[in-house]
Ligand binder design. Structure first.
Ligand SMILES: [Zn+2]
Length: 171
């Protein structure tokens, strides 16, 4: 689902208005990770809330993507799912950044021209891409995780049914 995202954000103004931006950005905007991508189509899901934490303007939320990187050893596809927690505190200087709560990373903003949203997201995203993407074992293209443990997993519908039963007890 593609929804509207502003091209630019003003972190201070948005924080005052407690704005929330939710939507998807096309992967083509992210030139700094492009060289690592095996597939350049797709999108980055973004959910950000601008608000206040004490005297700080903060940006919190998530950046999510199902990337397909290129393994630097065998040059084959390497699926790479990313779900990044974003917690930024808006600061005007590096000195101010030192006073931020430990839970926040600094977002340098001088109060002037708004920031391009894709730049803000890209700064986060580059941290989630390994410097040299590679398979744990090349040639073994089975995606890690779910498939291997299929046998052990509970039927999700059984869990849903159970939840419904619990609900009805209280209604
Ligand atoms: Zn490989």
């Amino acid at each position: 689902m593609l929804s509207y995202l502003p091209e630019f954000v003003d972190p201070l103004g948005f924080a005052d208005k407690r704005r929330r931006v939710v939507g998807e950005l096309p992967l083509a905007l992210f030139d700094r990770i492009e060289e690592f991508l095996f597939e350049r189509t797709g999108s980055i899901r973004v959910e950000l809330e601008f608000g206040k934490d004490g005297r700080w303007s903060v940006v919190t939320g998530w950046v999510e993507a199902d990337l397909v990187l290129q393994c630097q050893l065998c040059l084959d596809r390497l699926p790479w799912s990313v779900r990044l927690r974003v917690a930024l505190g808006v600061v005007a200087s590096l000195e101010e950044a030192d006073r931020l709560p430990a839970s926040c990373e600094p977002l340098l903003f001088d109060g002037g021209a708004p920031i391009r949203l894709s730049d803000l997201v890209q700064d986060e995203l580059v941290l989630a891409v390994p410097p040299i993407p590679q398979h744990a074992v090349c040639g073994d293209n089975a995606p890690p995780g779910p498939q291997a443990e299929n046998g052990k997993r509970e039927n999700p519908f059984a869990v849903l049914a159970q939840l419904k039963n619990n609900d009805s007890k209280f209604s």
